[in-house]
Design a protein. Structure first.
Length: 463
């Protein structure tokens, strides 16, 4: 271990001890000040080291993310330890030293000079996966020029560079995740109403007369309802389940990203989850007071092939713009490791769908890792697999969007039945749009990019 690594080790260890002492409110102020002084000494040493050890910049940056958290926690602990004399002054001094170290590294580090924020989890993720390599200053300038022309400054180019690295075109139009979250989404969607639309217990009323998973039972605020929305007792709720005598899917009403979406297995006259018999009280204990139980979807064989254990869906995105609903991009999602759900957040992989309705030749996961074969089944994504009835699916989501008036940007999760019919699963109003764009190699807003950016700027300037 070299000197700079030793110093970081000392800094980390002393910061942990100091944080524990402060947060647990034990030890006298002299001991606490000694520990904070050790942190200060280590930071000062790092300031000197980083001036001459450029090869360690990336190492320092990643470590500092951890150290910043320790210092922040130390500051927070002072809120409840205001009687400790001298600690607040010392922590303020530490913050100044840390800022000086960060400034030196940013000034000398190529990534920071090009406005790539390596304190962003996404940028670090892209860098670690090899997608932020071998780019030129001309590429940076092209991206910067596009966003300045559209009156957005200091845009992090990391997503655009990664997009081009994967083979995407018009990469300057790739929308950064933070601009989407902070500037575009509030203009397109009424986020106050979004939670209501995201409640799976009302889908059968919101989207009626369409193909969707058959509801068996709902639990809303601890009350049980049958498929006709008639309230039933807890005893009758369990009887309804037992009458099904087959595997069922259970999911929370108010979450997304596949959280707690599981299969209840039926065997020997009762339901099991993770090999444990499940009574209605066990279900409530695990899933809480808001969940829905549905029939298992029988999906099209083409969709099942890459990973048969999960119900694999299409994530399809629509945009209402200029008084018309447009389909802007789609990708397929496949589960991994034998899990039921296909969400990237649950370990699934995403595969773009091209304009001909065919799977692209690579998949990507939530860590921006690239796969040309399915990581569990070894399915080859270069087969040019044709999505069944893709045009029908596109028309299906555009028609669904007509029923949601307050939200102009919607991501739809659509399964495909054995006969090729689209099945509505759920809708989402937020999303990892960095993943959308890298998966499909399409800028999020396509030909509408400049127009949407101008309107978003006007909206934010006036609100």
């Amino acid at each position: 271990m070299n000197n700079i690594e030793v110093r970081f080790y000392e800094l980390t260890e002393t910061a942990i001890v100091a944080k524990e002492i402060l947060s647990n409110n034990h030890g006298d102020s002299k001991v606490q000040l000694e520990h904070l002084s050790l942190i200060e000494e280590a930071i000062e040493s790092l300031i000197e080291s980083c001036s001459v050890n450029e090869e360690y910049y990336d190492y320092i940056l990643q470590k500092l993310i951890t150290i910043k958290g320790f210092i922040k926690n130390t500051k927070n602990s002072l809120i409840i330890n205001t009687d400790i004399e001298g600690l607040e002054r010392k922590v303020v001094e530490l913050g100044k030293h840390l800022d000086e170290l960060l400034f030196r590294i940013k000034y000398n580090n190529f990534y920071f000079r090009t406005n790539i924020n390596l304190f962003s989890k996404l940028s670090l993720k892209l860098k670690d996966s090899g997608l932020l390599e071998d780019f030129s200053q001309d590429e940076i300038d092209q991206i910067k020029s596009f966003w300045i022309q559209n009156e957005y400054s200091n845009v992090d180019p990391s997503l655009s560079l990664s997009f081009k690295k994967l083979g995407g075109k018009n990469n300057e139009k790739v929308v950064p995740q933070n601009i989407y979250n902070q500037r575009i989404l509030p203009m397109l969607n009424d986020l106050k109403q979004a939670r209501l639309y995201s409640d799976k217990s009302i889908y059968d009323n919101l989207f009626y007369n369409i193909k969707s998973p058959q509801v068996v039972l709902k639990c809303v605020r601890g009350k049980f309802f049958d498929r006709h929305n008639k309230e039933v007792s807890i005893q009758n709720a369990f009887r309804i389940l037992l009458k099904e005598r087959k595997d069922l899917i259970i999911k929370p009403n108010l979450t997304d990203d596949g959280i707690k979406v599981q299969k209840l297995l039926f065997k020997n006259g009762q339901f099991y989850f993770r090999e444990k018999p499940m009574r209605i009280s066990d279900i409530i204990s695990y899933w809480g007071e808001n969940f829905i139980i549905q029939h298992v979807i029988q999906q099209h064989q083409i969709m099942a092939n890459p990973h048969p254990k999960s119900v694999n869906t299409l994530r399809m995105v629509t945009l209402r713009w200029n008084k018309e609903v447009h389909h802007i991009l789609s990708f397929a999602r496949f589960g991994t490791k034998g899990l039921v759900n296909d969400n990237a957040g649950s370990g699934g992989v995403c595969v773009g769908i091209n304009s001909e309705g065919e799977l692209m030749d690579f998949a990507i996961d939530e860590n921006a890792e690239i796969y040309h074969h399915h990581p569990t089944t070894n399915y080859d994504f270069s087969r040019s697999t044709k999505i069944p009835e893709f045009e029908k699916c596109k028309n299906f989501v555009k028609e669904l969007h007509q029923n949601v008036l307050s939200q102009d940007f919607i991501s739809w999760d659509i399964a495909i039945s054995e006969k090729g019919e689209p099945i509505f699963i759920e809708l989402n109003f937020r999303g990892a749009i960095w993943l959308y764009q890298l998966t499909t190699l399409k800028p999020l807003l396509g030909d509408f990019t400049e127009e949407v950016l101008r309107k978003a700027k006007d909206y934010n300037d006036n609100n």
